[in-house]
Design a binder for this molecule. Structure first.
Ligand code: COD
Length: 327
């Protein structure tokens, strides 16, 4: 199990030594921190990159950052939509292993990823999975979905859990503990999300959600601190030791994410999971380090998907008798 970003980088370096650098496309690459992170990854032998965007914008910026044009393939594209589509198309055509969002807006990249012709759909829900390295916390925290699905339904939450579990497995967490967050640890019928959390816990207990153990509703402190988890004692397999936090809306996820970064100074890496290849989504405000951490996480996920594809059953199988009594 990889407990922090330092060891995540070490693992990616070992993989690169074994199988060579991963192939990365960058959607509208003319962004200073994105280019710096890509160049850091290139110099560390982790990636080879194809940069899309306007060449007359890219080349001067690369020059000012001391990057050599000879180290990169550049695909000249007229605008952000074309840059995003070309970056995604190259991955779906097998010319690269993953996409990194550059200057193009998140929704422009996501629309390209969802495109039926050139996109990366894999008959699954796509969701945003964020990983945090919180100073003082003994292990990485995974959270979903702070960036794609706006108000997930119960069925969508099942797939959001599946996708987060895939990332946990890629980080070597064999049977991740999943906490469904709420404002209280009791099932209050007046709180619809708490009722959904209870349903998800029961589905997990029945083996309908696999590869992990799910419990909720749990408050944040009950989920991640031993003092908080103690309140629930042996009644929860997750409390006090959660690996994955599931939030109920994009707003809740965004607030938790920004709080971890701003107040707890957590390191952050983020990507979209559920597509046929990893899609690395970082916001413009994210640091060079965060962008590099996201590339490194993408490398681990891309390698994991080569071995196992998606092991979790698609939703239609979860809801059929095929797995009803499976444990
Ligand atoms: N997984 C799989 N397929 C999807 C998903 C998903 N999560 N979302 C939409 N689709 C498919 C639909 O089935 C449909 O075939 C097609 O994509 C278009 O669907 P729409 O019209 O419902 O989707 P859009 O175009 O309105 O928007 C999709 C977005 C992902 C762009 C939208 O959900 C969004 O804007 N999410 C929030 C992104 C954001 O602002 N993040 C915060 C900043 S980081």
């Amino acid at each position: 199990m990889i407990p922090n970003f330092e060891l995540m980088h070490q693992r990616a370096k070992e993989l690169a030594a074994d199988v060579g650098p991963r192939r990365l496309t960058v959607a509208q690459a003319a962004d200073e921190h994105v280019l710096e992170a890509v160049d850091d990854a290139f110099r560390a032998g982790l990636v080879r990159a194809i940069l899309t965007g306007r060449k007359d914008e890219l080349l001067p910026l690369m020059g000012s950052l001391g990057m050599s044009e000879a180290d990169y393939r550049i695909v000249d594209t007229p605008d952000p939509a074309h840059a995003a589509r070309e970056a995604v198309r190259l991955v779906s055509a097998g010319e690269a292993d993953m996409v990194l969002k550059g200057k193009a807006h998140t929704s422009t990249v996501l629309h390209a990823v969802l495109d039926k012709q050139i996109g990366l759909r894999a008959r699954r829900l796509l969701s945003h999975v964020a990983v945090y390295d919180v100073p003082g916390h003994p292990k990485l925290l995974i959270m979903s979905d702070p960036g794609m699905n706006i108000a997930p339904t119960l069925q969508e939450k099942i797939q959001i859990i599946d996708n987060a579990v895939v990332v946990a497995h890629a980080l070597g967490i064999e049977r991740p503990k999943v906490a469904i967050l709420s404002a209280a640890d009791t099932v209050n019928p007046a709180m619809p999300h708490a009722v959904e959390a209870a349903v998800l816990s029961k589905m997990s207990q029945r083996g309908q959600i696999r590869g992990c153990v799910v419990d909720g509703p749990l408050t944040l402190d009950a989920a991640v601190t031993y003092e908080g988890g103690d309140i629930l004692g042996s009644r929860s397999d997750v409390a006090g030791d959660a690996d994955i936090l599931i939030v109920n809306s994009i707003e809740e996820g965004n607030l938790l994410s920004k709080s971890l970064s701003m107040f707890a100074h957590a390191g952050f890496a983020g990507l979209i999971v559920g597509a046929s290849s990893p899609v690395l989504v970082v916001s413009r405000a994210d640091s060079r380090k965060s962008k590099l951490d996201s590339i490194v996480l993408g490398i681990l996920l891309s390698e994991h998907l080569k071995k196992v594809a998606f092991t979790a059953p698609p939703l239609e199988r979860i809801l059929t008798s095929e797995v009803r009594f499976d444990s």
